[in-house]
Design a protein around this ligand. Sequence first.
Ligand SMILES: C=C(O[C@H]1C=CC=C(C(=O)O)[C@@H]1O)C(=O)O
Length: 426
Amino acid sequence: MTTSPASGAVDAPALVVRTVRVPVPHDLVALLPGDGEQIAWLHRREGFAGWGVAAQIHTRGADRFAEAQEWWQQVTHAAVVRDEVGLPGTGLVCFGSFAFADEPGDSVLTVPQVLVGRRGREAWVTTIHAIAEGSEGSGAVDQHLLPTDPPARPQPVRFSDGARSGTEWQGAVAEAIRRIAAGDLEKVVLARDLLADCGDPLDVRWPLARLAEDYPSCWTFHVDSLFGATPEMLVRRERGLVTSRVLAGTIRRTGDEDHDLRLAASLARSSKDLEEHEYAVRSVAEALEPYSSSMSFPEAPFVLHLPNVMHLATDVAAVMDDDTPSLALAAALHPSAAVGGTPTVDAVALIAELEGMDRGRYAGPVGWMDAAGDGEWAIALRSAQLGEDRRTVRLFAGCGIVADSDPAAELAESQAKLVPVRNALG
Ligand SMILES: C=C(O[C@H]1C=CC=C(C(=O)O)[C@@H]1O)C(=O)O
């Protein structure tokens, strides 16, 4: 069932939900069917694999988060739930992917028909169907734990420039640096896209399996044709505790361990990167402040090592003052200065002026939420949007620009950030 609140009225279906404990599956991606709605959320082999659509809403505009949240509240109120596991992520769960910008933007919240979840030594299957459908059409739970036919290896992929060539994009970065020097703003994150032609329709399980394998410390996701492996957690809420992993400030890895350790040390001392990082941490701390009774984060960032790049990283933790749902927190935090800039309004305006493209859902919140409002919303980075023909893929990468940035170095950094999805397609 799909609804759209274009008329202002939100039409929530009445769902029957059943969660049962099952043996821990070896590999969640291997359970995904080869077609239809496929949902993935994976972190260190834990998370979810889901399929089918029990209910869905599309929202757009400045109220996209609020409308989705209102719909979710109605769906949860109308649902009949039998949950024998009782963990965050069991019972009724939705998955969402939200547009970066208010316009044009298309955002989605989906409730799958079948969801297999894993957390530590616990695993479960949740089946969801509309009350109107009468019986539990999803059948015995064991059938959902059988690996499906593996995806075929894709053909070699051809890449081409997106909205801007590398040279044009460096020009946009140079213009942003001029605006910052003129005092118009302090930081802006500029992104670019790269087009991939896969020849045949892409079976998204192929890149998902590779991303989950190669980037286990990232959150590998697929929601409504947006997929990737992001290292940045915008907000995670679990029973009154909120955490956020803020990233900004990047250096490319060389593959030589000793050299990379020296690079990590230089990143931790780089005033340009520390400044870029400081803006991002401040934006998250200021946005969480109204919702929390206490907050903590270390004075200096640590260096997060990924296979392709290293980032300055800060983990922020806050105790919630009230029961604001995780999606509402994500809405309050979006766009943080890791993907927008400082001040936010000026940065978002400059992004629209200089990038020459619609970001779509790249750099928007992507994640899941349960009926209690607990959930995880990451920032959709190191990501790509699969086209409607399923043959073309748009990859995205962006870089934080401050006064001391260098356009050529930023282009190289954006190329390094494209590596995870590029390699996963190959
Ligand atoms: C905008 C992206 O990365 C952000 C997250 C980490 C480091 C960043 C940087 O150093 O510029 C960016 O703020 C991207 O990967 O597309």
